[in-house]
Design a protein around this ligand. Structure first.
Ligand code: PBG
Length: 348
């Protein structure tokens, strides 16, 4: 689905204070029907595409209008340092949760990859939507893939997960940090700072930048991050009682396969105490025989060079969330047993 970002109006950010209080009052008097539903979102082009996508899907199911509340998160402001050093994934979602808490917004849309493995008290991951391509993409005007690069060539990525997998396969290449939203990263590539960069295929495709993809890494060659390519919708934990209409509309958007696969992936990270300084890859897909197949990889803490990552996988008949998470925990245990525990930070 294509969206035009120039045309829609963001709900002004000044909807805290009295406005938020009046929304709170309204919802007490009319618990099931506020005059409008508000989606909290980050303001990057990708985040806005995703929020707009959910707005369109929900708009078809809810009588009241759905609007966006654009917000800047701490994660958006920190562009100079690697996120793993400054507090990780929560940085992209905390401000949005504050909006849910105050009543300024009713739901938050996230790239599931950026959602912490443990939801903070008072919030739930209510839906995982149909998944876009979960794979990583190679982007470069000059080179068809990392295999073609001369020794010493520079690949841009700040992801420890991508770093350890690239280094394990092509140790002769240099990896340099690359931060910023998708447009910023592409600009830095175009300015010639890198020979090629690695990005999630999903983000590029959603923004109509699929033609920048020179090659995709097969998911067993470069294992994706837990949740990559999937959208998550976060609600307050009391949403089912407070806003049953919204709850039902959001739950109707759940894609069962994506929900189960991403819950297996997220359970791996949870079992390992997944922090951002842990280069962890976890990718699940339903195989031809109907079983859920989970592939994982763990690299050395902080991506320390010269230490080989360990791999583990597993497959199981998975029909509910509990079974998906059990598969995730089982594969996480295998990862630890096969050398992974030595790779985890000494502090643990
Ligand atoms: N960490 C940032 C981030 N969060 C989600 C995506 C891409 C879209 C997705 O995975 O859903 C990206 C960019 C990237 O990794 O290239």
């Amino acid at each position: 689905m294509e969206h035009n970002y120039k045309d829609y109006k963001l709900v002004p950010q000044a909807i805290d204070g009295p406005a938020a209080a009046s929304i709170g009052r309204m919802t007490e008097v009319f618990p099931q029907a506020p005059g409008r539903w508000v989606i909290a979102t980050r303001e990057s082009r990708l985040a806005l595409w995703q929020a707009e996508h959910v707005k369109a899907l929900l708009g078809a199911r809810l009588a009241a209008p759905v609007e966006l509340l654009g917000m800047t998160t701490r994660g958006d402001q920190i562009l100079d340092r690697t996120l793993s050093k400054v507090g990780g994934k929560g940085l992209f979602v905390k401000e949005l949760e504050t909006a849910l808490e105050s009543g300024a917004a009713h739901l938050a849309v996230h790239s599931l990859k950026d959602v912490p493995m443990e939801m903070p008290a008072g919030f739930v991951l209510a839906a995982v939507l149909e998944r876009e391509d979960p794979r990583d993409a190679w982007v470069s005007a000059r080179h068809a893939g990392p295999a073609e690069l001369p020794a010493g060539a520079v690949i841009g990525t700040s992801s420890l997960r991508r770093q350890v997998q690239l280094a394990a396969r092509w140790p002769q290449l240099r990896i340099e940090p690359l931060r910023g939203n998708l447009d910023t990263r592409l600009r830095k590539l175009d300015e010639g700072q890198y020979d090629g960069i690695v990005l999630a295929a999903a983000g590029l495709k959603r923004l109509g930048l699929g033609d920048r993809i020179r090659a995709v890494f097969e998911a067993d060659q470069m294992i994706p991050a837990a949740g990559q390519g999937a959208l998550g919708i976060e609600l307050r934990a009391d949403a089912e009682q407070r806003h049953p209409l919204l709850w039902a509309a959001v739950r109707a958007l759940v894609d069962d396969r994506a929900w189960l696969a991403t819950h297996a992936e997220r359970a791996v990270a949870r079992a390992l105490g997944g922090s951002c300084s842990m280069p962890l890859a976890a990718h699940a897909r339903f195989a031809a025989d109907g079983r859920l197949e989970l592939h994982t990889l763990l690299g050395a803490h902080d991506g320390a060079a010269g230490i080989a990552p360990v791999l583990a996988d597993g497959r199981a008949e998975v029909r509910d969330t509990a079974a998906a998470e059990a598969l995730g925990r089982e594969v996480a245990a295998r990862l630890l047993a096969s050398g992974g525990s030595a790779l985890i930070a000494p502090a643990r």
